[in-house]
Design a protein around this ligand. Structure first.
Ligand code: KIV
Ligand code: ZN
Length: 397
């Protein structure tokens, strides 16, 4: 048996667009989809065609022109939505319908006003209706993590019989705990009788900051597809962040033993593009792609990294396509980092000059919060000048 592969389903253009304040136009969507294909995702969920004519056209444009990747689009479990998805995806190289209906009692009672039997019947009917219209059908049980487990098993088993190829288990409101969500995935795997050959998908929201942990737990327990967004954007607190899930799988390959199709060197470019087009700036300490993710501030850390990066770095910035500005120079920086920076700026100082420049730098860093390259140049050049005047003075004496 070969190494297991996890499929990456990117929903930046659908769930990501549900981020409050975000509204992609067709051009933005196309640009992001193009970059996602370059990144190597397996599936691009391009949108929700029944939501508006604009979204229909945006999804169609992506399906018409972006090849080599599956294009998915979402619809409710109603014929009109499924028909809309079908015409938007008609030119896709590989099309996937993503059809959903809620299954938790809370949603049944307060939103759908349907009984469990009615929901089950509707789900089966709509998957049967969609059969033959798409290359693949993904069925999502919305609010799965708050659904009665045995009812969920029943729904999944019947939609698989009806023609679903992928079953998705959304933690719609980010309520699940990692172990619990993993157990749910395992329960589905062990109790849905016709699960063989069917992809189990994890879709996690970040309301409690657990979307990535829950997704990884799902993978450990048998999920073979993970649904993510770039920079973790999405409804409310967002979805599992693509870059965090992927770099966890990569960095801890020894632990997960899995492969995926992502070219990690495109992660940074993709993150930057999505940040620009959404207007959402990343917090500096954002894992993997934040401005500080690979910067070391304290002198002890800087010294360690200069000697060997493994001391404080578990990933290399180059792996996600970043040219690093590794050292944030400030009052906590040590002489080694300072010396390295001075050399990087093209100066070749004597040991005496370095000591003096370092003293001046520390002095300045005590007074000034942010030290920029210009400050380093200033103290270095001032020191060089002082040493030169001193040498000239000595020569005269
Ligand atoms: O979070 C969710 O439940 C969703 C689905 C409709 C898949 O985004
Ligand atoms: Zn969602």
């Amino acid at each position: 048996m070969g190494v297991k592969r996890v499929m990456v389903f990117d929903t930046t253009l659908r769930d990501g667009e549900q981020t409050p304040g975000v509204n992609f136009n067709a051009k933005d969507k196309f640009e992001i989809a193009y970059q996602l294909a370059k990144l190597g995702v397996d599936v691009i969920e391009a949108g929700f065609p029944a939501a508006s004519n604009g979204d229909f056209e945006a999804v169609k444009n992506i399906a018409d022109h972006i090849k080599g990747v599956t294009i998915a689009a979402m619809g409710r479990a109603v014929k009109e939505d499924i028909d809309r998805v079908s015409s938007a995806l008609k030119n896709a190289e590989k099309s996937r319908l993503h059809v959903f209906i809620a299954t938790s009692d809370i949603h049944l009672q307060y939103k759908l006003k349907m009984t469990r039997d009615e929901v089950l019947k509707k789900a089966v009917e709509m998957v049967k209706y969609a059969r033959g219209k798409f290359d693949e059908i993904e069925f999502s049980a919305e609010d799965a993590s708050r659904t009665d487990w045995d009812f969920l098993v029943k729904v999944f088993s019947e939609v698989i019989d009806a023609g679903a190829h992928i079953i998705n288990v959304p933690d719609t409101v980010g309520y699940a705990m990692p172990r619990e969500y993993g157990e749910l995935i395992r329960y589905i795997r062990n109790n849905v009788p016709n699960i063989d050959g069917v992809i189990i998908s994890a879709h996690c929201h970040n309301d409690l900051g657990l979307a990535v942990a829950n997704s990884l737990s799902a993978i450990e327990n048998g999920a073979t597809q993970v649904e993510v967004t770039v920079n973790g954007i999405g409804e409310r607190a967002g979805n599992a962040a693509m870059e965090e899930v992927i770099m966890a799988l990569n960095t801890r390959k020894d632990y997960f033993g899995l492969v995926h199709g992502i070219n990690t060197k495109e992660i940074y470019n993709t993150s930057k593009l999505v940040s620009e087009l959404t207007g959402i700036k990343l917090q500096p300490n954002k894992a993997v792609v934040g401005a500080n993710a690979f910067r070391h501030q304290s002198g002890i850390h800087q010294h360690g990294v200069i000697n060997n990066r493994l001391t404080y770095e578990i990933m290399r910035p180059e792996d996600i396509g970043v040219v690093p500005d590794t050292f944030a120079l400030g009052k906590l920086s040590g002489r080694n980092a300072f010396e390295l920076k001075v050399r990087q700026l093209g100066y070749n100082l004597s040991p005496g000059e370095i000591s003096e420049a370092f003293r001046k730098f520390k002095d300045l860093a005590d007074r000034k919060k942010t030290i920029v390259e210009e400050d380093i140049r200033f103290v270095v050049e001032e020191t060089i000048e002082e040493f030169r005047s001193f040498r000239e003075g000595e020569a005269w004496a």
